[in-house]
Design a protein around this ligand. Structure first.
Ligand code: UDP
Ligand code: MG
Length: 139
């Protein structure tokens, strides 16, 4: 399965703005299949564990506060070259730098509230998928 899956979240700003549907439509249109999906709210502690790699970064406190501020959609997506193709589809972290046609260009509010998460490597796609989903929840 290496290279075939990536993990995404639709972040609280995009859920709040009723953009779950349009974002899922872009994901499907780009050729990704949904392997697993859930609608849930993270505690601040869970958000902190998910983003533990960023613990030393200045934005960590704000990020974990924000990611636990409302419900999210978590999903595993599959496609050939899932990680890199999905990073292209979501666009740059800073939406002012994201290209036209990307999810972040269209839906992100700011560098923090940037609509979606996408894994940055096959290894992290596995780790992040396992953080949210058991094997019984994948199809
Ligand atoms: N982030 C932030 N300020 C920054 C950089 C990142 O608030 O200066 C947030 C933003 O929500 C981003 C997340 O932290 O999506 C993780 O940062 P990363 O550098 O991994 O960006 P990504 O992989 O999401 O593009
Ligand atoms: Mg990242």
């Amino acid at each position: 399965m290496v290279g075939k899956i990536t993990f995404t979240m639709i972040k609280p700003d995009a859920v709040e703005a009723n953009n779950i549907g349009p974002i899922l439509a872009m994901i499907n249109k780009a050729g990704f299949k949904i392997v697993a999906m859930k609608y849930m709210r993270l505690t601040k502690e869970q958000a902190g564990n998910f983003y533990a790699v960023h613990k030393e970064r200045p934005f960590y406190g704000e990020l974990t506060e924000y990611m636990s501020s409302g419900p999210i959609v978590a999903a595993i997506l599959s496609k050939e070259n899932a990680v890199s193709d999905y990073r292209k589809l979501i666009g740059a972290t800073d939406p002012t730098k994201a290209e036209d046609g990307t999810i972040r260009k269209q839906f992100a509010k700011s560098i923090a509230a940037n609509a979606v998460h996408g894994s940055d490597s096959d290894e992290n796609a596995e780790i992040e998928s396992n953080f949210f989903f058991s094997q019984l929840e994948r199809f």
